[in-house]
Design a protein around this ligand. Structure first.
Ligand code: GLY
Length: 371
């Protein structure tokens, strides 16, 4: 491993996206990945939904900036890999019980207001309790599980990114506040020390295990996919607590529970699956009869304000890209651009620099709480 190489600690969506952008800019990069399939990028529903999620403030700005960049980002990945990413601007519909709720939604100004008739036209079969809606035509989805992750990995390989799979980072090594290396364990239990002076921490929900001062914790989500009758659902439905994302292949991805109390407890639970079924019934009653195809779970990396940690850390030479909570797929494009800029010391436009500062981890540090 060369001293000049940038190490990416984590082979999930964020790690791959940053590795790819660094490699495109000529930087030598190595990705250390513990277990591919635990990455939130394989679990998420892939909604690109800053407006449907009702984000606000800097998180909305970050999400909108990322949404704008996604077509170009995807084009780069598809060109480098020769594989499709499954990007679709299907629009997302948020249903409401009444017009007042609709008009008070934080992002209502960005959507088209729908009455019951228009809502039914967009979502045939939607339950009668929903009498209003917002269509966010600019929001969409990407097939993260079956297409994006594979294409991004292949784009990284094409750009010369070096991968070490089955390698767990145990410890960050530093001297005088500067990163000097990492201690690792491979899948056979062999311990090693890798010298490195620049790294990006993208270890998802596990990030605080390497840097305990980071306020990142897991929020478990359970999901199910259903086989739909052809054309039965054309737009993403984003209901309170449950969403349904129709894929091109006829599956609908349904998510997700939100279980901070589960910690890192793995596995499906009957309660979790029941709550998904109730969510489906409350949105689209006919869909309770669609056959379930696959069930899975994962851990969102959350922070107390639900915004990511981006940019500098307390260790010189170590940068952060973690804590993206519900919005990792949406925010991967902008996070990769910001992190590539900061690691390579390329000046960023003022608005991006401002966002990078807004999402610095120090907003949670004891010092900034006192000020
Ligand atoms: N992005 C939706 C979720 O985390 O469930």
């Amino acid at each position: 491993m060369s001293k000049e190489q940038v190490l990416i600690l984590g082979g999930g969506l964020m790690g791959l996206a940053i590795a790819h952008q660094l490699a495109r800019r000529g930087q030598s990069v190595a990705v250390l990945s513990r277990r591919r399939n635990e990455a939130a990028g394989f679990v998420a529903a892939g909604m690109l939904a800053p407006h449907a999620e009702g984000l606000s403030g800097n998180l909305l700005r970050l999400g909108q900036l990322s949404l704008e960049r996604i077509p170009r980002w995807v084009a780069q990945i598809e060109a480098d890999s020769g594989l499709p990413c499954g990007l679709r601007t299907t629009g997302i519909v948020v249903p409401f019980k009444n017009e007042q709720e609709r008009d008070q939604y934080p992002t209502a100004a960005y959507g088209e207001a729908l009455d019951r008739q228009k809502l039914e036209q967009l979502l045939p079969g939607i339950a009668p309790a929903w009498t209003a809606g917002l269509l966010f035509a600019q929001d969409g989805q990407i097939d993260n599980r079956r297409q994006l992750m594979r294409a991004l990995e292949s784009a990284c390989v094409d750009r010369g990114v070096h991968f070490q799979e089955g390698v767990e980072v145990l410890e960050l090594l530093k001297q005088d506040g500067k990163l000097t290396g990492v201690r690792t364990r491979d899948s056979e239990g062999m311990l090693s020390t890798l010298e490195c002076h620049r790294a990006v921490l993208c270890s998802g929900a596990w990030s605080a295990q390497l840097l305990p001062e980071l306020p990142v914790f897991p929020v478990k989500g359970q999901m199910v996919s259903l086989q739909t009758p052809r054309g039965a659902l054309r737009h993403v439905i984003f209901g309170p607590g449950t969403y349904m994302v129709p894929r091109e292949d006829g599956l609908v991805v349904v998510g997700a529970t939100s279980e901070p109390e589960a910690g890192f407890n793995e596995g499906l639970t009957p309660q979790g699956q029941q709550s998904l079924n109730q969510g489906i019934a409350s949105l689209l009653p006919d869909a309770v009869n669609w056959p379930p195809m696959e069930r899975w779970w994962g851990f969102r990396p959350c922070t107390p304000d639900e915004g990511p940690l981006l940019g500098e850390s307390s260790i010189k030479g170590l940068w952060l890209a973690c804590g993206h909570h519900r919005n990792g797929v949406l925010l991967a494009a902008i996070s990769a651009e910001l992190l590539a800029g900061v690691v390579l010391k390329t000046p960023l436009p003022g608005s991006e620099q401002e966002l990078l500062e807004a999402f610095n981890w120090k907003r949670f540090s004891a010092e900034s709480q006192i000020m």
